[in-house]
Structures are given as structure tokens and as C-alpha cells.
Design a protein around this ligand. Structure first.
Ligand code: PMP
Length: 323
């Protein structure tokens, strides 16, 4: 679908997966006016395909677009695009339980100009690919690196938006994490490098027995749809939830004292993944050698809704195709 200041949204089409052509002076390429979403659709027991919380992802794309002074794709346009895509994508053979259809809607500026101002022409498109579970079912907990050299987001920046630049800015830290034997990055706040914010592509939760703690949406972390789902599911499992800030030092102390029983990350790709150890500049915090029981229960509760094994009591399944 294309958007121009004069015509609005127009020229919707479904085409076979193929390279795009772009002008070398395309605004998105130079100034990073690019926002996107990542969501998953799952084969349901009746054979249909349903996307998880698609309208919530559509609304987050709208907020991301607004932050980057881009036009906001209407929710209906977003949902229709995904339905057409799911119906057209014949490559998906979702016979395996661990598989899902990862959907990647993206909006970017196509206008040809080197002028530094919001573009007047955009393209919104969505692509789909079959994925296996990100860390693999039953995989060991993930190790994470908490460094202070770089920050992901500062107050007033784009941390709350799902824009391409945020990810580009995080890649060096991802490489650094690898050099420290870790698979993921834990981001700390930009001002003091003390407060735990989120991870490279996931939000974070700390477990204190039957109490969950997660950093509040401060404007510098991405409001994860999975995070919101965990907050909604937790009380149903007898867990209380608290949105409050936690420092890296507190994390360490609470692990040592045994008050913190688990920590886990959550996101569309990772679902719910336990954190095994945190490596910091001053040493290592062992968190847990195996997946935690609370993370496991939440993971099952989430997957049951996503894969249609239980009634959709929250209205989270958005039907993309019929049976
Ligand atoms: N934080 C960041 C930086 C992310 O990229 C993601 C993945 N979109 C998340 C958190 C988790 O968000 P969601 O649950 O909506 O996938």
C-alpha cells in the first residue's frame, strides 16, 4: 500500500515475495523514517490461522509512526493486509506444533529527496515467514549482558517507538554481549546506568515467589504486547503484579538472598524465556540453571491462547483465515 500527501492510502496489492526497487535518494534510506511491527499467527485446531493481538500491534505501529512524523496506517488497513497475506502465503506448511507464521509489517518513507523534513510519500507493506520457536522448546535459560558503554533510549528519544534506528543503535551492544559469552543485552537507563529497562527484543520480569515485578513504561522502553499479556494473565494464575523499577544491584542482591526466585524475558519472538545468568562489568549474577516454574506456567497459559487450545477469554485471537 502506498501513501502520499495528496492521495492518502492507495494501490493496495498482494505480490509474490521479491526484491523492491528504491531510489538512491529515498528518505527512509538516509534519515531512517522506518517503523515496523513483529507479530505471530498460529494455526488453530480447526485449521484456521489466527494472529495474536493484531489490533494492538496495529495501534503500536500507529504510535511509532506518529513519533517519527509519519502517517498512521488505519487499524483496518493493517488487519486486512495481514489477512490477505496469510491467505496468499502458500509456503506455510504449519504442521509442526513449534511453528508459527511471523508477520512483519513495515512502513517507510519512499519520497525522493535529500531535504531533511518528514517525507510526503510512504510505503506500507507486510511480509510473512515461517518460524520455529526463537530459543527452541525446552532450551536452557538465556544468558544476558548488562554493560554501561551504550544506552538504548533516553527520555524524549524514540525508545517507546518500534523504529529501525533503535535496533541499529543496539547492534554494537549485541556484539559486545557475544564477546562476553551472552546471547542477549539487558539495557539500563541512560541517565544513571542503574535501572533495568528491557532487553534487546524483549521486556523483562522478575519473580519473587508468586509476585511479578516489571519496570514501568517510562517512555524509554518498548510497550511489549507480550508484556501486557503477562500482566493480564498473571492474576489468573494466582500471581500478583507490580510495575516498579529495579536496579541491577538490587537484582544481584535479591538473587543472592534468594528473595528473587526467577527472572524471565518476554516478547513475540522469544515468547517467555527464563534468564539463566547476567554478566555485568563487575561480575556474574547466576539467576537459575533451568527454566523457572513461573515462567513455564505463564508460557503454557500464553501458548494455549495463541494456539487456540482454550477459549479466547481476552479477545486476543484475530482470525486471518477460515478453517
Ligand atoms: N522490547 C523490544 C526492544 C522489542 O524489540 C520487543 C519486540 N517487539 C519487545 C520489547 C517485546 O515486544 P512484543 O511483546 O510486543 O513483541
Amino acid at each position: 500500500v502506498r501513501w502520499s500527501a495528496t492521495r492518502g492510502w492507495h494501490d493496495a496489492e498482494v505480490v509474490p515475495y521479491a526484491p523492491l526497487t528504491m531510489d538512491p535518494a529515498m528518505v527512509g534510506l538516509h534519515y531512517g523514517q522506518i517503523v515496523f511491527e513483529g507479530l505471530k499467527a498460529y494455526r488453530q485446531p480447526d485449521g484456521s490461522i489466527a494472529a495474536f493481538r493484531a489490533a494492538d500491534h496495529a495501534r503500536r505501529l500507529q504510535r511509532s509512526a506518529a513519533r517519527l512524523a509519519m502517517p498512521e496506517p488505519p487499524v483496518e488497513l493493517f488487519l486486512d493486509a495481514l489477512a490477505e497475506l496469510a491467505a496468499a502465503d502458500r509456503r506455510w506448511a504449519p504442521s509442526v506444533e513449534s511453528q508459527s507464521l511471523y508477520l512483519r509489517p513495515i512502513l517507510y518513507a519512499t519520497e525522493t529527496t535529500l531535504a531533511l523534513r518528514p517525507a510526503t510519500e510512504y510505503r506500507f507493506l507486510a511480509l510473512a515467514m515461517v518460524t520455529e520457536a526463537f530459543f527452541g522448546e525446552g532450551a536452557p535459560p538465556v544468558s544476558v549482558w548488562a554493560g554501561t558503554r551504550w544506552v538504548r533510549a533516553a527520555t524524549g528519544g524514540t525508545g517507546e517507538a518500534k523504529c529501525a534506528g533503535n535496533y541499529a543503535a543496539g547492534l554494537a551492544a549485541q556484539v559486545e554481549a557475544g564477546a562476553h559469552g551472552c546471547r542477549q543485552v539487558v539495557w539500563l537507563d541512560a541517565a544513571e546506568h542503574r535501572w533495568v529497562e528491557e532487553m534487546g527484543g524483549m521486556n523483562i520480569f522478575f519473580v519473587y515467589g508468586d509476585r511479578l515485578v516489571t519496570p514501568p513504561l517510562s517512555g524509554t522502553i518498548l510497550p511489549g504486547v507480550t508484556r501486557a499479556s503477562v500482566l493480564a494473565l498473571a492474576p489468573e494464575l494466582g500471581l500478583t503484579v507490580e510495575e516498579r523499577q529495579v536496579t541491577l544491584a538490587q537484582w544481584q542482591a535479591d538473587c543472592r538472598s534468594g528473595a528473587m526466585t526467577e527472572a524471565f524475558a518476554c516478547g513475540t519472538a522469544a515468547l517467555i524465556t527464563s534468564i539463566g545468568r547476567v554478566v555485568t562489568e563487575s561480575g556474574e549474577i547466576p539467576v537459575g540453571e533451568t527454566s523457572g516454574p513461573v515462567a513455564n506456567r505463564l508460557g503454557v497459559a500464553l501458548a494455549d491462547i495463541q494456539r487456540g487450545r482454550v477459549p479466547d477469554r481476552h479477545g486476543w485471537r484475530h482470525q486471518l483465515t477460515g478453517p
